[in-house]
Ligand binder design. Structure first.
Ligand code: GLU
Length: 381
């Protein structure tokens, strides 16, 4: 076993009380045989037991259902149709959950299977319900083993990748740290296989367009997510005040390796606390539209003001009152998200207008603000 030398780990890891760990299919399932990689699985179970013994709460987000199931069903080769992957997930999820149950039980830990769909983290009532359940499991020292409910999640209602799912879970659970175990030890300035000058970043403090450009696209055969979904996960996690780390899962005991200062990329969340409501807006709602604001409104928002119709140049999308929308600055960059007080038809009619004109234009009075500051989460810059 790797010896943990806590003195070399970052404080964000040392002090993390609640940790979400995402484990990809390629780490858990052997590509050729389609079987679980038992030695590796046991090594990570050791790590989880060590973290729990150290007083941490651990949530696992484990992929592998489809990868396991497709072999059993004789669908090992080629791309799968949606219904084939859903069927494969139904077969594989049983083995996956049972494998986790076995390796955790032998270490004195209880596993719980939690299957989520997109709506469980998007819709506030279901989100609160899922959170309460998981909180109860953690309070009883049970390890939730989460996966997407692939069998019922169709194209429109699925995450499709466990990178973003794990970030939503981390945000929902107000986790301190999200670990993405990957086949690469972090985010590089360029694809390391193609560019000898590629350099791994140690720390990222904001997901800028430059960082997004570095992500490229590197999905492997077994896992859905490449760097693109990992950077998207970082945006969700950081927006919720949760630090995220990408590190290699190719070693045995990858979590103890983090404690020992293994190479990785840390995405550090800003230290100022955000309210639960803002977290939810920033990280958990699928935006239904976009509002593009002018430079004056951008300044006003940065100084903590609400968004008025007068500061909006353009509205896109088909949304209802109360839906989440993306707020873009005049350069087209996403600067935040918010719950909009008007549906798309009314919003389009009042954009650029003074709030005092709203009643006359719409024939009924409404809120003076298009997006109230309490309903708005600005991206960290
Ligand atoms: N939920 C999928 C599975 O368990 C994995 C998605 C992913 O690879 O990110 O097979």
């Amino acid at each position: 076993m790797t010896t943990a030398d806590a003195s070399t780990a970052r404080p964000e890891w040392r002090n993390a009380k609640r940790v979400v760990v995402k484990i990809g299919s390629a780490l858990l399932v052997d590509r050729v045989s389609g079987r679980l990689r038992a030695t590796w699985l046991n090594s990570i179970a050791d790590d989880v037991a060590d973290l729990v013994a150290d007083g941490r709460e651990v949530v696992l987000v484990s992929s592998g259902a489809i990868a396991l199931g497709r072999h059993v069903m004789g669908l090992a080769k080629g791309a799968l149709e949606l219904e084939q992957s859903q069927a494969a997930a139904a077969v594989g999820q049983i083995s996956l959950a049972s494998a986790w149950q076995d390796v955790l039980r032998t270490r004195g830990l209880t596993a719980a299977q939690v299957l989520l769909t997109l709506g469980d983290t998007e819709e506030r009532r279901r989100y609160l319900n899922a959170r309460r359940t998981m909180d109860t499991l953690l309070a009883h020292r049970v390890i939730p083993v989460v996966n997407e409910n692939d069998t019922v999640a169709t194209t429109e209602i699925r995450y499709g990748d466990n990178d973003r799912l794990s970030a939503r879970v981390a945000s929902m659970m107000s986790a301190d740290c999200l670990v993405l175990l990957s086949d690469i030890d972090g985010l590089y300035t360029a694809p390391p296989a193609a560019d000898p000058n590629a350099r791994r970043l140690d720390v990222v403090t904001a997901v800028t367009p430059e960082i997004e450009a570095m992500a490229g696209d590197a999905g492997s055969e077994l896992s859905k997510g490449g760097m693109v979904t990992k950077v998207a996960a970082a945006r969700i996690a950081m927006g919720s005040g949760c630090h995220m780390v990408i590190t290699s899962g190719k070693v045995l005991h990858p979590l103890m390796a983090i404690s020992a200062g293994a190479p990785c990329t840390w995405f550090l969340a800003p230290s100022d606390p955000v309210t639960a409501r803002k977290r939810w807006i920033a990280g958990n709602l699928e935006p239904r539209g976009t509002v593009e604001i002018d430079a004056g409104a951008e300044k006003a928002l940065a100084s903590g003001k609400s968004l008025l119709p007068a500061g909006v140049r353009r509205v896109d999308g088909d949304f209802d009152r109360g839906d989440a929308v993306i707020i873009r600055n005049p350069a087209g960059r996403e600067i935040g998200r918010g719950l909009i007080a008007y549906g798309s038809i009314d919003a389009t009619r009042i954009l650029g207008k003074k709030s005092s004109e709203i009643a006359e234009i719409l024939g009924h009075s409404g809120r003076a603000e298009l997006i109230h500051r309490d309903d708005m989460a600005l991206a960290p810059v």
